[in-house]
Design a protein around this ligand. Structure first.
Ligand code: SAH
Length: 248
């Protein structure tokens, strides 16, 4: 069954009115119509089974809710992935794959060695990135839409994470030989939210790692091989969710 996130105000009692872009997708791309069923998500963790209704030509597509249930696929652990702002293609890959894996929020940052040094996003690009997250969430069966936060400086990101989470992990390839394993960082932890930091192509500078440690972060290794930042940004949340028993 095809699933669509729509804003909650489009649901009214048992009646659903589909926004224009979703209507277009349902009727023109998927060629569904009167009597067909789709899944509707209102970002509350609920999934509604909706039977489409045939309307007058030109009027909004509507449907009737025939069943409602909780989505069971959301991880119990809220992961916020901070990553160095990079090329459009890599950011899009990170947003799409991270959503599939179970990341709950994405926060790009700018550090000394990030490829992109301006946090400004055009409204068009912002809208495209939000759409990529939404489509990945629909395709992978998420019950809630991951958030996309505006880019900040690494320093701001570090202090925001330190304020928000009890556990903050920074992936640093040079930590491999000082026994900073992910396993030991997560052992015995019963957290319901944590942050993960992945550096840019050029990596974190030693000064940046020291700032993170001073803010109470744990520095962890993702193995003896050096991963590209977009690989690290996918592997890191996957390993953390696995270690916390969230991929079973
Ligand atoms: N500074 C390196 C590579 C940076 S890799 C160089 O230029 O040679 C980009 C980011 O991926 C790093 O900042 C780190 O956060 C993460 N990363 C890659 N491989 C890693 C590993 N083996 N352990 C921990 N983090 C890793």
């Amino acid at each position: 069954m095809h699933r669509f996130f729509i804003p909650p105000n489009y649901l009214n009692g048992l009646q659903v009115t589909f926004p224009g872009d979703v209507s277009y997708q349902i009727t023109h791309v998927l060629r569904l119509g009167n009597g067909d069923q789709v899944g509707v998500l209102d970002n509350s963790g609920l999934l509604y089974h909706v039977r489409l209704q045939g309307g007058a030509p030109g009027s909004s597509l509507t449907g009737e809710i025939i069943e409602k249930k909780a989505v069971s696929s959301e991880p119990d652990v809220h992961l916020t992935l901070y990553f160095g702002l990079t090329s459009r293609e890599k950011v899009e890959w990170i947003l799409q794959k991270g959503t599939e894996i179970g990341v709950s929020a994405f926060c790009p940052f700018i550090s000394a060695r990030t490829l992109v040094q301006s946090p400004e996003l055009t409204p068009k690009r912002q809208a495209r990135w939000v759409r990529i997250i939404r489509e990945a969430a629909e395709q992978s069966g998420r019950g809630r839409l991951p958030a996309l936060n505006p880019a900040t400086s690494l320093l701001e990101a570090l202090s925001e994470a330190a304020r928000s989470f009890r556990l903050n992990l920074m992936a640093w390839e040079e930590s491999a030989n000082n026994s900073a394993s992910l396993e030991s960082a997560l052992k015995g932890q019963s957290v319901d939210a944590l942050s993960l930091f992945v550096g840019p192509e050029g990596g974190f500078s030693e000064e940046e790692v020291n700032q993170a440690v001073a803010a109470g972060f744990q520095v962890v290794s993702l193995g003896a091989r050096i991963l590209r930042m977009e690989t690290a940004a996918i592997i890191f949340p996957a390993l953390v969710l696995y270690q916390l028993g969230q991929l079973s």
